[in-house]
Design a binder for this molecule. Structure first.
Ligand code: F58
Length: 799
């Protein structure tokens, strides 16, 4: 492809057409148009470029086998720059626009993030869509078009304050509303219309355009005139609101399940619409083969965590109730369709729904689930299992529906998202299932798309790589990066690489000055921790360590120390008090340290406001150190760790999630590993006493005490006392320091000392960066998605 699009650009139709669009939508003369107008018109023009190929792809793949990615979240970010990169016309369009006096950056910045996800799980879904299109795989994404994405975070007096994120209030230039494909979704107490909005997913310079279909909930009838005429104004409006409520807002809980009827309604809403869509298309597009026994020949559904598992009873319902299939046959068909991905071992995130909530949402689905549970119990009994032995497998247990058990019992594949995580699933979380059906379990280590996370966000490094490898093919065959290793001892090349990092650090420093109002030294070590705020991710370990450094420097200002800037970013779930306390603590330590003239030339702390995909695109390229410090065994994979690595930051991390694989690929000697292993923690689990660490080590005692000494002020929120108590004054019957901060503290400090020393040796440092980049190939989501396609989905690449 590319050629066709490039032709259109060259014939200068593009600019002509762009100006036409601009005038058509604004009725203004060119000079009077705003950045918003110019952005809107540019979306239109690019969508026109994409359209023809999109239609072609739909036609070509119409009756081919496809995989369907069911996900409650797609954390897309902005689309303009990414689409231009993937179309292969970023520089050309920028140039053409500048010729007519348009500042491309200004209109690029006009775009809001499509932030329809919480964190890693949602961003993974977006990377997978990009990679599938790039690798020519038939993958359709199905999800929810939330009118409000994840909240916008403001920091006020150091506290997180949540604000709405109505990202589509001025329209959304990247989707097409397809009214003709609308579906009816029926709940026990209401029925609504599900309207699909299709977003094109452009493959990298290959002519493929796949589809991400997001459903929006609308009233079945736009407005009840009968009620309105009857003077029942409120009621007429409230029906409409009740329907729109279903897709009004993304739940901002990134771990604890929100035990809400509305949340389950959202899940059922998009799963029902998607299943109906698939079945309807099957009937239309595969007439020569239309027997439902063949449904699984053409469809495989990947369930992104527990949230879309309700699609299982929904498919059975549609087959049985709407297509006259016998229940047993429908179940047999369904068994060949679903595969399940787990993203966490934290118990609180494995969804279990109270049966009365399920009943309220869709009684028929509950009935189907109960029937499946009966079949399960009969099957186990026939095999001679006792009631106690059957217990862990039950889908219906203590008046709750265990979604993971449903997916594993009916599905044909279960996967974890990093090697260690999959082992933990097999040995622990789902050990009962593993003993029974080991062949179902497989690992798919996560990945990230190099297009957004390098080609687009780090143009300098991208050109460097192309120059050194003499090809651009690495952009879709990331293993080719290995070819960089031959420069490991080439000082000129290492210097070049160092300078690129410096350029990106300068850019970030300017951006931080503009956005956060704080000046940072671009020559200092940029040590960055960006991710959701959670105890298991241990941002508070990082903060306690900064306090330790601060006290050391205070006592001894002339101490040998490479200046370091510690940067944090991330959102806390609005109801998660302790995580919010961690944000307050980071901000308070930043306030005190940054204002202290004794240390602030050497030590700076920044908490960036409203961390999101767009901010991430500036942070990853500028990092020297990637903080990946979760308690071993708790982070399923992590994907930020991979974005840092690809951009030449060194990992300071525990043996957890995909860190382990990063160390394996890039070499431990080129990174900074520290802390207890899962095995070590398992061993001390029952005997660990944090107070011992506290009383025996004066440094630990000093930093922990500083939480309550008054040195750092929490504005009487008692947030710091809460963190202090969790560490060493646990409640009756609890152990304290659940996430082993004090156990790992000294090892963490030591690893930091090593970083601080080694950064001084510029060439050695740059060499480590190069080796990390050269070995990042494995962490491309192209590799991950091809593994899904080959091992689970059995779909071929269209070339
Ligand atoms: C994340 N999970 C894992 N969940 O924590 C991370 O280790 C992994 O790399 C990533 O998935 C991709 O596999 C995650 O982000 C959520 O945000 C859910 C949102 C909805 C509620 C439950 C958690």
């Amino acid at each position: 492809m590319g050629d066709m699009i490039m032709d259109k650009l060259k014939k200068n139709k593009f600019i002509e057409n762009y100006i036409e669009n601009l005038q058509r939508i604004t009725l203004k003369s060119f000079e009077d148009t705003s950045d918003k107008d110019r952005y809107d018109a540019l979306c239109d023009s690019i969508m026109e470029l994409i359209n023809e190929e999109w239609r072609d792809c739909k036609r070509k793949t119409r009756n081919q086998r496809k995989a369907y990615y069911f996900s409650a979240e797609f954390l897309i970010g902005r689309s303009l720059g990414n689409n231009l990169i993937n179309l292969g016309i970023y520089d050309e369009v920028k140039e053409l626009l500048s010729e007519i006096g348009i500042d491309f950056e200004a209109i690029e910045n006009y775009e809001d993030d499509a932030a329809l996800g919480n964190g890693g799980l949602g961003r993974l879904a977006a990377c997978f869509m990009d990679s599938a299109a790039t690798q020519g795989l038939n993958l359709v994404g199905y999800g929810v078009r939330y009118r409000e994405g994840i909240f916008k975070q403001k920091i006020e007096e150091g506290f997180q304050v949540e604000h709405g994120d109505s990202w589509i209030k001025d329209g959304d230039g990247w989707s097409i509303r397809v009214d003709s494909d609308a579906k009816i979704v029926r709940f026990r107490d209401q029925q609504v219309k599900a309207v699909p909005f299709d977003m094109p997913v452009v493959g990298f310079e290959n002519g493929v355009v796949n589809t991400l279909r997001l459903w929006q909930s609308e009233p079945f009838e736009e407005f009840d005139f009968a009620k309105f005429n009857n003077y029942e104004y409120d009621e007429a409006v409230s029906e409409k609101n009740r329907a729109e409520d279903i897709t009004r807002v993304l739940y901002p809980n990134d771990m604890q399940r929100a035990g809400k009827v509305l949340r389950l309604k959202q899940q059922y809403f998009f799963c029902s619409a998607s299943i109906q869509d698939m079945v309807e298309k099957y009937k239309n597009d595969y007439p020569e083969d239309l027997k439902f026994e063949n449904f699984s020949k053409y469809h495989v559904i990947q369930l992104n965590d527990t949230h879309p598992i309700i699609a299982i009873p929904e498919l059975i319902r549609v087959l049985v109730d709407e297509n006259g299939i016998f229940f047993e046959d429908a179940l047999a068909i369904t068994r060949k369709v679903f595969a399940f991905t787990n993203h966490t071992v934290l118990q609180e995130a494995l969804e279990r729904w109270d049966k009365d909530i399920m009943l309220e949402v869709n009684p028929r689905c509950l009935e189907i689930i109960e029937k499946i549970n009966d079949i399960l119990v009969d099957e186990f009994k026939a095999k001679g299992y006792s009631d106690d032995q059957i217990d862990p497998y039950r889908i219906d247990r203590f008046e709750q529906i265990h979604m993971a058990n449903l997916a594993i019992y009916v599905g044909f594949s279960v996967n974890g998202v990093a090697a260690l995580h999959t082992e933990i699933l097999k040995d622990d979380t789902f050990n009962h299932w593993y003993k029974l059906r080991p062949e179902m379990f497989n690992n798919k280590t996560n990945g990230i798309t190099p297009r957004r996370w390098l080609v687009y966000s780090n143009r300098e490094l991208s050109s460097f790589i192309t120059g050194k490898l003499g090809t651009e093919d690495w952009k879709y065959q990331l293993d080719l990066l290995k070819g960089l290793e031959k420069y490991a001892d080439d000082e000129k090349v290492l210097e070049e690489l160092w300078n690129i990092k410096q350029t990106k650090k300068n850019e970030l420093a300017r951006y931080i000055l503009e956005k956060e109002g704080i000046k940072i030294d671009p020559k200092s070590i940029f040590d960055i921790q960006i991710k959701r705020i959670h105890e298991y991710k241990r941002q508070h370990l990082n903060i306690l360590h900064i306090i330790y450094l601060y006290h050391k420097l205070k006592k001894n200002p002339d101490m040998e120390f490479t200046p370091t800037t510690f940067i944090f970013g991330g959102k806390a779930a609005p109801g998660y008090f302790r995580a919010k306390g961690m944000i307050k603590l980071a901000n308070e330590v930043a306030r005190v340290v940054n204002a202290d003239p004794d240390v602030n030339k050497k030590l700076k702390v920044i908490f960036v406001e409203n961390y999101r995909v767009t901010y991430a695109e500036k942070l990853f390229p500028a990092a020297d150190i990637s903080e990946q410090i979760s308690t071993a065994g708790k982070e399923a994979s992590g994907t930020g760790n991979m974005k840092f690595m690809l951009n030449g930051a060194l990992t300071l991390g525990t043996l957890d999630g995909a860190n382990i694989e990063i160390f394996e690929h890039a070499g431990e000697e080129n990174n900074y590993r520290f802390g207890a292993t899962v095995e070590e923690l398992n061993e001390i689990m029952d005997t660990y006493n944090p107070v011992e660490f506290y009383s025996k080590d004066p440094d630990i005692k000093d930093v922990v005490d500083s939480l309550v000494s008054g040195e750092f002020k929490d504005n009487e929120s008692y947030m710091f006392l809460d963190i202090y108590n969790e560490l060493i004054k646990p409640q009756e019957g609890q152990r304290g320091d659940t996430y082993f901060l004090l156990k790992d503290f000294k090892a963490y400090a030591k690893a930091h000392e090593k970083v601080n020393r080694e950064y001084k040796n510029k060439m050695e440092w740059s060499r480590k960066c190069l080796i990390n980049i050269a070995n990042a190939g494995f962490f491309s989501s192209d590799r991950t998605i091809l593994d899904y396609a080959n091992d689970i989905w059995k779909i071929d690449q269209n070339r």
